[in-house]
Ligand binder design. Structure first.
Ligand code: SAH
Length: 371
C-alpha cells in the first residue's frame, strides 16, 4: 500500500500533553492540582520506564486523580500509519502528526546496541541538496510530545529489544526546533525518565551554530555535524546553511562544544556523492580541517531516493577516501546502509505525503516555528 493512499487525520490534538513535559513543569502541574510533587515521578515512571500511556493502568494513582488527568490532559502518541520491517531487522514507523503531515522513526538493531533514529520536524527547511526530507520542504516543528512520543511508541512496540541509543537523525533539523527538542533531550538522559547516558543521545545538525553553542551549555549530549564538503564553495551548494554559518565558524563552534565534553569527540558526517565530494584531493582537504582535533568522521554512502540527482560513490572510491583520511591520522568509519529495502536509510525519510508546503532556506526560513 502506498502511503499516499493512507488517510491522515486533519488536526493535531489540542489537550495539554504531559508527554515530553519537563520534570520541573510536571511537578508544578501537580502542585497546582494540590497533589504531592512525587506524582510527577510516578507519571514519568509509567510513561518512560513502563511505556504506559493509559491512565486507567496507572494503579498507584487514585481513581479520581486518574479521571481528572484524563479530562484535562492527554498522553496520546502519534498514530501509526504504517509499520515496516526490513530483512536486516531495521524497523520503520510512519506516524501521523496531523494536518496531512507524517514523520518517520527508525529502529536499527546491532549486536551490541539498539539505535532509535527520531524526527524533530515535519519536513525540513535547510534544503540540503541530497536529502529526501529537504526535497519535501518544511511544514512545521514537532512538539516535545510528538518527538518523545516516538521513543515511547518504539520502546513499547519493541518490547524485549532495547533502545540503547537515540539519534536525532530522522526528519528535520533538531537545532532549528531547539525549544521543543531540549526538553526531550533532558528526559532521555534523566534517570527518572529514560536514563540513557549523554554519550548515547546524539544531536545531528547541519550546522545551526548559535544553537550548537547554546546546547553546549544546556545539555552537552553527543554531537554529530553534517559536514559533507571540505570547502565553502562546495558546502554552500550541498548544505545551504553554510552561506549563513561557513565552515570556519562551524568548526570553531565544534571545538568549543568538544571542550565541555571530557575526551569525547565530535562526529562529522560526510555523505559520499559520486564525482561531487569524493576525490582523494577532497579527502586531503578534510584531513587539513580536522587533523589533531577531537573529531571522527563517519562516511555515509549516499542513499538514493526517486527524485535525487546524485549517485553513490563506487566502492573503490569510498575505500580510497577512507584510506586517505586514515593515512592523514583521522579516525574514520564507513556507515553500513541499513533498512534500505524499506527506504529507512539516512536521507530517505520523506514521510511520503503529498502537498507538503514547500518553504526553503533560500526563501527565508531558518528555525521557523510552527504557525
Ligand atoms: N538535519 C540533521 C539531521 C538529519 S539527517 C543533519 O543535517 O544532521 C541525518 C544525516 O543523514 C545527515 O548527516 C544528513 O546529511 C544525512 N543524509 C541526508 N540525506 C542523505 C542521503 N540521501 N544519503 C545519505 N545520507 C544522507
Amino acid at each position: 500500500m502506498s502511503a499516499d493512499a493512507l488517510t491522515l487525520s486533519p488536526t493535531a490534538p489540542s489537550k495539554l500533553s504531559l508527554l515530553g513535559m519537563p520534570a520541573a513543569n510536571l511537578v508544578e502541574f501537580f502542585e497546582n492540582l494540590d497533589e504531592k510533587p512525587y506524582r510527577a515521578r510516578q507519571i514519568m515512571r509509567w510513561l518512560y520506564q513502563r511505556h504506559v500511556t493509559d491512565y486507567a493502568e496507572m494503579t498507584d494513582l487514585s481513581a479520581p486523580l486518574r479521571k481528572q488527568l484524563g479530562e484535562m490532559t492527554t498522553l496520546k502518541l502519534p498514530p501509526v500509519l504504517k509499520h515496516e520491517h526490513s530483512d536486516d531487522g531495521t524497523r520503520k514507523w510512519l506516524l501521523d502528526v496531523g494536518a496531512n503531515q507524517a514523520v518517520e522513526t527508525v529502529y536499527i538493531p546491532e549486536p551490541s546496541r539498539g539505535t532509535l533514529c527520531i524526527s524533530s520536524q515535519a519536513g525540513c527547511a535547510l534544503d540540503c541538496a541530497f536529502c529526501a526530507t529537504g526535497y519535501q520542504g518544511f511544514n512545521r516543528n514537532l512538539t516535545s510530545a510528538e518527538i518523545l512520543g516516538q521513543v515511547v511508541l518504539a520502546a513499547r512496540e519493541l518490547a524485549g529489544a532495547k533502545i540503547t541509543n537515540v539519534v536525532f537523525m530522522g526528519m528535520g533539523e533538531p537545532l532549528a526546533n531547539y525549544r521543543n527538542v531540549l526538553p526531550v533531550v533532558h528526559l532521555l538522559i534523566d534517570d527518572q525518565a529514560f536514563g540513557l547516558s549523554r554519550r548515547r543521545v546524539t544531536i545531528s545538525t547541519a550546522g545551526v551554530v548559535p544553537q550548537m553553542l547554546k546546547l553546549a551549555n544546556d545539555c552537552n549530549v553527543a554531537l554529530a555535524v553534517s559536514l559533507h564538503a571540505p570547502t565553502d564553495e562546495l558546502r554552500n551548494k550541498l548544505v545551504p546553511i553554510n552561506k549563513v554559518h561557513p565552515i570556519a565558524e562551524l568548526l570553531d563552534a565544534c571545538w568549543k562544544y568538544a571542550e565541555g565534553q571530557a575526551s569525547r569527540s565530535i562526529t562529522f558526517e560526510y555523505v559520499l556523492l559520486d564525482d561531487v565530494n569524493d576525490s582523494v584531493a577532497q579527502a586531503r582537504e578534510l584531513v587539513k580541517l580536522l587533523r589533531n582535533r577531537p573529531a571522527k568522521v563517519n562516511l555515509i554512502p549516499f542513499n538514493a531516493f526517486p527524485e535525487s540527482e546524485f549517485r553513490c560513490s563506487s566502492q573503490p572510491k569510498i575505500d580510497a577516501f577512507w584510506q586517505t583520511l586514515r593515512n592523514g591520522g583521522l579516525i574514520a568509519t564507513i556507515r553500513r546502509p541499513r533498512g534500505d529495502d524499506i527506504a529507512a536509510a539516512c536521507g530517505q525519510l520523506a514521510g511520503r505525503v503529498r502537498d507538503r508546503q514547500r518553504v526553503r532556506l533560500g526563501d527565508r526560513v531558518i528555525g521557523a516555528t510552527s504557525s
